[in-house]
Design a protein around this ligand. Structure first.
Ligand SMILES: Nc1ncnc2c1ncn2[C@@H]1O[C@H](COP(=O)(O)OP(=O)(O)OP(=O)(O)O)[C@@H](O)[C@H]1O
Ligand SMILES: [Mg+2]
Length: 510
């Protein structure tokens, strides 16, 4: 249906694709995998007319094509959901869904009633309930992604391309997405699927193509390839090495006698948080469990001073921190890696070096002079350890692949040597190799007494990565799992059966 032969694409300083052959067939879900910066998004952009390849040919439905713009590809029947939601935040959900094909009346004006009805039906058909009259930006990242999905499948597509569609989805939304994908496959549509979550690939994909440093290193049926082999192909390392490295886990001290490095007490924010208390000891990783809207992100923000609290206290290493002030929190040693890296995180126009050094800068200056050599060393260390793939420290962050942008953000907060690190979806979009590296780095920092609060919608990551999990529901703590009780089953039960905040009489019951 859609293929490329001998495609190459070079950016200043990087060969993003080199002689790539790739074919997506009708009625097949084709996984495209590879490390951050391997060239996945670039290949997709070549397929969908965003980039023109330097060499090679794109073939669609049997004939050579040369899409001049993504719109042209879309009109031809190739629908794409990009890694970053690229809809118009200020417009309503309905308008976003039908952008460019709004129903019009005889005068050529937009027929809003019909537009709202059509949009509502399209979303309902996917089991998504949102008010289509609301501006898109009022929705969470996950819901926005579902709107992008609804948009992509509501056009008459013959190829649907998804670049990390699930990275910001809740488990329930992922199920919906998978049902949609199965329907697409039955309708004879070719689906191209990019993801770093291996479970998902095995569940939903038929074929797999592995990219490494811009080259195809394997293509074939996914069922014929076990995980270990897949990861070793992706990272270009021996199977034995991959097996030995495993997925490192966070290791923390479980010594309850140690004073907590972070104590958040009775944090209350009207309508959002209802007396949330959580303590983290040095070297400990405490997970925050709960559904979307349960107050996980709000708890992190309240601790980091990014959300004004009505009452409650935050204590770091025995000292009370003024709440509602980000600078005060940073001075106290609290670092927050925010969830929405596009809105609150990377500065795309600045270099990798500037982005990493940004937050640590005040600590690296003396008498107003910046210690450039030290910055170079720090930047160099993090670029190496996190395997940040860039042409060099002076490349603009906006030019990096999605996962590498995420790594730069992580580096920024790790470089501050915080006492308390709040991680909201830290490994979203990060490949398995770098994920292990991130966890190793955090382990090292933990040895110096760092405490970590971890939020992740990747249940596996939350379970494996946490020493303890505090479960939130409707803005209140409803359960706490420790030690052997930290299992997926117990977590799911705590989320599902815990009484909601308004009815909770006693404490946790699990
Ligand atoms: N516009 C650009 N300018 C310069 N370099 C670019 C640009 N777009 C991509 N690159 C580089 O091309 C390489 C491949 O990037 P690409 O976005 O295709 O990776 P990816 O496989 O999608 O990674 P990820 O898993 O992180 O999303 C990277 O080294 C990236 O820095
Ligand atoms: Mg990408």
């Amino acid at each position: 249906m859609l293929s490329v032969t001998g495609v190459s694409k070079t950016f200043p300083g990087v060969r993003a694709l080199s002689s790539v052959d790739f074919t997506a067939r009708t009625g097949e879900v084709h996984a495209l995998i590879g490390e951050n910066g391997a060239g996945k998004s670039t290949l997709i952009k070549v397929l969908t007319g965003v980039y023109r390849p330097d060499e090679g040919q794109v073939t669609y439905d049997g004939s050579p094509v040369r899409f001049a713009t993504p719109l042209e590809a879309q009109h031809a029947g190739i629908s794409t959901i990009y890694q970053e939601v690229n809809l118009v935040p200020l417009m309503t959900v309905a308008r976003n869904l039908l952008l460019g094909r709004e129903p019009r009346n005889r005068l050529g004006l937009i027929d809003f009633r019909r537009m709202h009805r059509t949009a509502d039906e399209a979303l309902r058909g996917l089991g998504i309930r949102v008010d289509v009259r609301r501006p898109l930006r009022e929705l969470g990242v996950g819901a926005q992604q579902m709107v992008a999905l609804a948009r992509a499948v509501s056009v008459d597509a013959r190829v649907v391309v998804m670049d990390e569609p699930t990275s910001s989805l809740e488990p329930r939304e992922v199920r919906t997405l998978f049902e949609v994908i199965r329907t697409l496959r039955e309708r004879g549509i070719a689906v191209i699927y990019v993801s770093h979550r291996l479970d998902e690939l095995y569940e939903i994909c038929d074929t797999v193509t592995v990219l490494r440093d811009g080259k195809v290193v394997h293509t074939g049926r996914i069922a014929d390839l076990d995980r270990l082999r897949l990861v070793s192909l992706m990272l270009g390392r021996e199977i034995g090495v991959v097996r030995d490295e495993g997925l490192t886990k966070f290791t923390g001290s479980h010594d309850t006698a140690v004073e907590p490095v972070l104590q958040a007490e009775e944090l209350t924010v009207r309508h959002l948080l209802d007396g949330v208390s959580v303590a983290v000891r040095p070297g400990e990783v405490v997970g925050l469990g709960g559904l979307l809207g349960s107050g996980r992100t709000e708890t992190a923000k309240a601790i980091a001073g990014a959300l004004r609290t009505d009452s409650g206290r935050v204590v770091v290493a025995g000292t009370t921190v003024r709440t509602g002030s980000t600078p005060a929190a940073i001075r106290a040693g609290i670092s927050l890696l925010p969830e929405d890296r596009k809105a609150e995180g990377v500065l795309p126009g600045l270099s990798v070096r500037e982005n990493i050094a940004l937050a640590a800068l005040p600590g690296l200056s003396r008498f107003g002079l910046v210690d450039e050599a030290r910055i170079d060393r720090i930047v160099d260390t993090f670029m190496t350890r996190l395997r940040i793939k860039a042409a060099g420290p002076h490349q603009k962050v906006g030019e990096l692949s999605g996962g590498n942008q995420q790594k730069v953000l992580l580096a920024r907060w790790l470089a501050m040597h915080p006492k308390v690190l709040l991680l909201d979806e830290p490994t979203r979009g990060i490949d398995v190799g770098a994920k292990a590296e991130v966890q190793k780095l955090i382990d090292e920092l933990a040895d110096d007494g760092l405490g970590v609060l971890l939020i992740s919608s990747d249940t596996e990551e939350l379970i494996e990565g946490s020493d303890r999990v505090v479960v939130l529901k409707d803005g209140a703590v409803v359960a706490e799992l420790t030690g052997d009780a930290v299992t997926e089953d117990r977590l799911m039960r705590a989320i599902a059966t815990a009484p909601s905040a308004s009815t909770a009489a006693g404490g946790p019951d699990d």
